[in-house]
Ligand binder design. Structure first.
Ligand code: RTP
Ligand code: MG
Length: 155
């Protein structure tokens, strides 16, 4: 009943190059699966500089922007589209504060990272940015609209 009044949303989550290279991809995907969200898109991807600049365009006047672009393009990332009720804000909670030293234990950054500039994962900060970023990082045919089967797979 409570669920019926809340919005089904989509959000863009990305394991950054440090997360991929430290072998954290499985752990990170697992947290979103176990929470109960639905995976709609997933790929390993070497991000071109132009895409990184478009993704982070709101930060282009920040002093850390050049370093951020270098970081995100330094190796492959894992791109994910997740769907679910309240998934945008919930994903941000699962991810934790931008500075991993301020992120609560139990969050991805709180458990797995130390530095802001190496904070292993990204999550969209609003439903509008969720749509925008999924459009930006995925082609339409890389996304699946699907619902789990009603019948149990194990009997
Ligand atoms: P994200 O977009 O990656 O999910 O992170 P966020 O919302 O928590 O933080 P945001 O302000 O959007 O910043 C994007 C990413 O830029 C890097 N950053 N470095 N002071 C710094 O050196 C600094 N501040 C931000 C981080 O990698 C941050 O996640
Ligand atoms: Mg952000």
């Amino acid at each position: 009943l409570v669920a019926s009044i809340e919005e089904v949303e989509e959000t863009y989550v990305m394991v950054k190059p440090d997360g991929v290279q430290r072998g954290l991809v499985g752990d990170i995907i697992s947290r979103f699966e176990k929470k109960g969200f639905l995976l709609k898109g997933l790929k390993l991807f070497q991000c071109p500089k132009e895409l990184a600049e478009e993704h982070y365009k709101e930060l282009k006047d920040k002093s850390f922007y050049p370093k951020l672009i270098k970081y995100i393009t330094s190796g492959p990332v894992v791109c994910m589209a997740w769907e679910g009720i309240g998934v945008v804000a919930s994903a941000r909670k699962l991810i934790g504060a931008t500075n991993p030293l301020q992120a609560d234990p139990g969050t991805i950054r709180g458990d797995l990272a130390v530095q802001t500039g190496r904070n292993v994962v990204h999550g969209s900060d609003s439903p509008d940015n969720g749509h925008r970023e999924i459009d930006l990082w995925f082609k339409q045919d890389e996304l699946c609209e699907w619902v789990p089967a009603q019948e149990p797979w194990l009997k």
